[in-house]
Design a binder for this molecule. Structure first.
Ligand SMILES: C[S@@+](CC[C@H](N)C(=O)[O-])C[C@H]1O[C@@H](n2cnc3c(N)ncnc32)[C@H](O)[C@@H]1O
Length: 226
C-alpha cells in the first residue's frame, strides 16, 4: 500500500512539474540551461523549441549514437536536439555537449518526442542516420520509419522542411523508399547515394564502421511541399 502511494505521489509530482513547465513555456522562452537540466520524461508538451532557436533553424536527430552530428552543429545557424535510447551513448554525448547552449540530447524515443514535444510547423530538418534495420523478418513490424511516421512528422515540419534517412542496409532502403511513395502528395521524395559532405554532415561512428566493411549508402530525402 505504501509503495502504491509513493508511486502515485511520484506521478502527481511529475505531472505538476510538466504542467508548470508547459504553462511557463507559453509565456516565457525556456532557457537552454533549463532545458538541459531536465530529463526526457520531464519535457513539457510542447516545448517551444522555435522560441529557443530564435531566427536559427530547429534540427532534430533521432538515434544520435556517439553525438557526432550534434557536436558538428553550427551554433549561429541552428539548434540541434538529439535523442538516444541507449544510456551509454546518451551519457557519452551528454558529457560532450553539456557546456553548449545550441545542442541538447535526451534519453528517450525521438519518434515519440516528435509527436509530443514539438509545435506545428516548427522543425526544419529531421536526421535519422543509420537507424536499426530490424533485418530479421519477424522483427520487421518494429520498423518505425513508415508512411504513418512521415505523415505525422509533416505536421511538425515547416514548409520545405526535410527528413533525411540514411542506411547501409539495401533492403531497408527499399522498404523506406516504398513507404515514402505513399506520401508523395505531401513530400518531394529523392532516393540517391549518400555523401555526408553534400548534407554538411560529419562521418558518424556507424558510417565509419560500414565504410570499413565496404558497404554502400542510400539517402532517402523527403522535402515537404507545402
Ligand atoms: C546504428 S545506430 C546509429 C547511430 C548514429 N546515428 C551513427 O550514425 O553512428 C542507431 C542508434 O539509434 C538508437 N535508437 C534506436 N531507436 C531509437 C529511438 N526510438 N529513439 C532514439 N534513438 C534510437 C540506438 O540506440 C542506436 O544508438
Amino acid at each position: 500500500m505504501r509503495k502504491y502511494w509513493w508511486l502515485v505521489r511520484q506521478q502527481v509530482r511529475l505531472f505538476l512539474r510538466k504542467l508548470v513547465l508547459s504553462i511557463r513555456g507559453v509565456f516565457f522562452v525556456p532557457t537552454s540551461a533549463a532545458l538541459k537540466s531536465i530529463r526526457y520524461r520531464q519535457l513539457p508538451s510542447p516545448v517551444h523549441w522555435e522560441k529557443v532557436a530564435g531566427d536559427r533553424e530547429v534540427q532534430v536527430e533521432i538515434g544520435s549514437g556517439h553525438g557526432e552530428v550534434l557536436l558538428a552543429n553550427d551554433a549561429a545557424r541552428s539548434i540541434r536536439i538529439g535523442y538516444e535510447i541507449k544510456s551509454r551513448f546518451f551519457t557519452l554525448t551528454f558529457r560532450k555537449i553539456r557546456r553548449r547552449d545550441d545542442v541538447f540530447v535526451y534519453q528517450g524515443s525521438g519518434y515519440e518526442s516528435l509527436k509530443l514535444h514539438y509545435t506545428k510547423e516548427s522543425v526544419d530538418i529531421v536526421y535519422i542516420l543509420f537507424p536499426d534495420p530490424w533485418h530479421k523478418k519477424r522483427h520487421s513490424k518494429r520498423r518505425p520509419i513508415t508512411s504513418t511516421f512521415f505523415q505525422d512528422v509533416a505536421q511538425k515540419l515547416k514548409k520545405n522542411g526535410k527528413i533525411l534517412v540514411v542506411t547501409d542496409w539495401v533492403e531497408y532502403a527499399d522498404f523506406i523508399a516504398n513507404e515514402a511513395k505513399n506520401v508523395t502528395s505531401i513530400y518531394e521524395v529523392t532516393v540517391k547515394p549518400y555523401s555526408a559532405p553534400e548534407f554538411g554532415l560529419p562521418i558518424t561512428h556507424y558510417h565509419q564502421k560500414w565504410i570499413r566493411h565496404g558497404r554502400t549508402f542510400t539517402a532517402i530525402l523527403l522535402q515537404k511541399k507545402r
